[in-house]
Ligand binder design. Structure first.
Ligand code: TXE
Length: 497
C-alpha cells in the first residue's frame, strides 16, 4: 500500500513540474504556502536544485495553529490505545517504505544510502512504535499519608506543542520529537530543517494514509528565522522541543522564556573519546572510526576529540590513520563510507577550521581537502576524513563544534589530566571511555561533565534511557519517561481522608 502511494506522489509531482514541490501538511491536507513563495532545496552530492519547499510565513503558521487547536480536544480525549493503534500504523508504513525513504534521505542529506537503510529509517519507525507502546504502560504516582490524605498525580497533555528538528538525522530526529508529543495526547506543529525537508514531506503522506486525524500533526516548511521563529513566538504554543545548533538554542530560549513555555533543547557537542592503553584495541579502533566519521561526522554525539593515553599515542596514530585511509568517499547512492556534507556553506565552514589548524601549525595526519568525485557528483560537497594532531586542548578546533569529518588527537598522562581535557569545553553531551579497568570506568563516569557516558562502545541506544546534555549542550532530557513527562503537565490531586 505505502510504497506505490509514495512513488505516485513523487512521480506525479515530477510530471507536473520540475523541480518537484514539497508541500506543507496542515489540517490533514497538503498545501502550498499562502504567500506563494518557495525555497530551493539542493542535493548535496550534486550541488543541484532538485526540489522546492514552501517559504512559509506567520500566515501558514496561523492556519496550522487553528488546525492543531481544533484537533486538540478530541485527540487529548482519544483513548491511549487508539492513539497507539494509529501511530503503529504510521510506524508500519515507514517500515514498508524503508527503501524509498532511505533513498530520499540520502539524496536530501548526502549521507550514504546504506547508513539511512540501517540507521535513520529503521530508527524513525522505532521512535514511533516505541512511544506508541510506551504510552500504554504509562502510570502515575500516588502519595498516601496514612489516616490523613491521599494524593495522586495526573499527567495531562499540554495542548499545542512545537517540534523543531535539524538536518543531520532528518526523519530520525523529527520522529524522535513528534512521537512522544502525539502519544501523550498533544497536537503538534512541526518544523523540519529547510536544508533536509524531503522525508518529513513523505512522512506527511504516510500520516494521511495511516488515518491520523486532521490537525493532530501539522508540518510547516521554511526558514528557521521566519517560520521557526514564528512557531517559537506563538503564544498558543505551550512547549518547544528543539534540536539544533547552540546559537539557535539561545535565540529560542530567549524568545520562549518570557512566555514561560516548557523547553527541551538538545544542542551541540564537542565530545571526548578517551582511550586507555588497556582497552580492547580492535574494538576501540573499529568503533572510533564510526564515532569519528559516521554521517560525515555530522552527529551531535560524534567523538570529535580523541584523547589518548601517552604510552599508546604513537601506536594509535599509526593504526587509526591506516584505517581512515581505507574509507571510501563518493556518491552516497552507492556503497560508500563517506558521502557529502550537507551544504556548501557547511563544507566551507569545515574547511575554514582545517585551514585554521594549518595556520596554528598542526599536523594534518590524513585528509584536509575537498574531494572531487567524478561523474554526476562532480560539484558535490565531499570532504576527506581528516585527522589532526599537535593542537592544544584550548584552541578553537578543540573548543568549538566543527560538525564534520574532522577529529583531533590529544595525549594525556594521568586520569586527572584526561578528565580535565574532557571536561574543558563549554559542551557536555556525550563522552566515550575505552578501558578494561571497570573501577576506573565507574569513577570517571561519575566525574565526566556529560549527559551520556558510553563505556567501551558508542551510540548504543536504548530508547528508555534519558538523552541530553549539560552546559551548552542543552536543557532537559529526551527519551523514555523523560520525554513523556516533558510533553505532559503533572497535576496533583489531594483527597483529605
Ligand atoms: O542549525 P540550526 P544550523 C550545530 C552544528 C552546525 C550548527 C549550525 O555545529 O554547524 O549547529 O547548524 C531551525 N527559531 N548543529 O545553523 O539553525 C532551523 O530551521 C526557530 C548541531 O543548520 O540550529 C532548523 O529546523 N527555529 C545539531 C533547526 O532550527 C530556528 C544538529 C536547526 O537548525 C531558528 C544541527 C529560530 N530563530 C546543527 N533558526 C545537533 N544538536 O544535533 C533556525 N531554526
Amino acid at each position: 500500500m505505502g510504497a506505490p502511494f509514495l512513488f505516485w506522489v513523487l512521480r506525479g509531482m515530477a510530471d507536473i513540474a520540475l523541480p518537484m514541490k514539497l508541500l506543507n501538511y496542515i489540517n490533514g491536507q497538503l498545501n502550498e504556502p499562502l504567500s506563494g513563495k518557495w525555497l530551493n532545496n539542493i542535493e548535496p552530492a550534486t550541488g543541484l536544485v532538485y526540489s522546492q519547499i514552501p517559504d512559509s510565513t506567520a500566515e501558514d503558521l496561523q492556519a496550522a495553529m487553528e488546525a492543531a487547536s481544533a484537533a486538540y480536544p478530541a485527540w487529548a480525549a482519544t483513548e491511549a490505545a487508539e492513539r497507539s493503534r494509529i501511530m503503529l500504523r504510521i510506524a508500519h508504513l515507514i517500515e514498508e517504505n524503508l527503501e524509498l525513504l532511505a533513498q530520499a534521505e540520502s539524496q536530501d542529506n548526502g549521507k550514504p544510502v546504506g547508513l539511512a537503510r540501517v540507521m535513520d529509517i529503521p530508527r524513525a519507525a522505532a521512535n514511533i512504535s516505541f512511544f506508541a507502546t510506551a504510552i500504554l504502560h504509562q502510570n502515575t504516582e500516588t502519595h498516601y499519608n496514612q489516616g490523613h490524605s491521599l494524593n495522586y498525580t495526573l499527567r495531562q497533555p499540554i495542548g499545542v506543542v512545537g517540534c523543531i528538528s535539524p538536518w543531520n538525522l532528518p526523519l530520525y530526529l523529527f520522529t524522535w520529537k513528534i512521537a512522544p508529543a502525539l502519544a501523550a495526547g498533544n497536537t503538534v506543529i512541526a518544523k523540519p530543517s529547510e536544508i533536509t525537508p524531503l522525508t518529513a514531506f513523505l512522512f506527511s503522506q504516510l500520516c494521511i494514509e495511516a488515518g491520523l486525524p486532521a490537525g493532530v500533526l501539522n508540518i510547516v516548511h521554511g526558514r528557521g528565522g521566519q517560520i521557526g521563529q514564528a512557531l517559537t513566538e506563538h503564544p498558543k504554543v505551550k512547549a518547544i522541543s528543539f534540536t539544533g545548533g547552540t546559537a539557535t538554542g539561545k535565540v529560542i530560549a530567549a524568545t520562549a522564556a518570557p512566555m514561560f513555555k516548557k523547553l527541551s533543547l538538545e544542542l551541540g557537542g564537542k565530545n571526548p573519546n578517551i582511550i586507555f592503553a588497556d582497552c580492547d584495541w580492535e574494538d576501540m579502533l573499529n568503533t572510533t572510526i564510526r564515532s569519528s566519521f559516521a554521517n560525515q561526522g555530522q552527529i551531535c554525539l560524534c567523538g570529535s576529540r580523541i584523547i589518548v593515553e601517552r604510552s599508546v599515542y604513537e601506536r594509535f596514530k599509526t593504526d587509526f590513520v591506516a584505517r581512515v585511509k581505507q574509507l571510501r568517499i563518493g556518491d552516497p547512492s552507492e556503497d560508500v563510507n563517506i558521502g557529502a556534507v550537507v551544504s556548501e556553506p557547511h563544507m566551507n565552514k569545515i574547511l575554514g577550521y582545517i585551514e585554521s589548524a594549518r595556520q596554528q601549525g598542526a599536523q594534518i595526519l590524513t585528509g584536509g581537502n575537498r574531494v572531487q568525485v567524478p561523474g554526476r557528483c562532480a560539484n558535490g560537497y565531499f570532504l576527506e576524513p581528516t585527522v589532526i594532531d599537535g593542537l592544544g586542548a584550548d584552541c578553537n578546533l578543540n573548543q568549538e563544534e566543527i560538525f564534520g569529518p574532522v577529529v583531533t588527537i590529544i595525549a594525556f598522562d594521568t586520569v586527572e589530566e584526561a578528565l580535565d581535557i574532557a571536561n574543558g569545553t563549554p559542551y557536555g553531551l556525550a563522552a566515550t571511555l575505552w578501558t578494561q579497568n571497570l573501577t576506573r570506568a565507574h569513577q570517571m563516569a561519575e566525574k565526566l561533565d556529560s549527559g551520556i557516558v558510553w563505556v567501551n562502545c558508542w551510540l548504543v541506544r536504548d530508547l528508555r534511557t534519558p538523552f541530553g546534555g549539560v552546559k551548552q549542550s542543552g536543557v532537559g532530557r529526551e527519551g523514555g519517561w523523560e520525554a513523556l513527562k516533558f510533553f505532559t503537565e503533572a497535576k496533583n490531586v489531594c483527597i483529605k481522608l
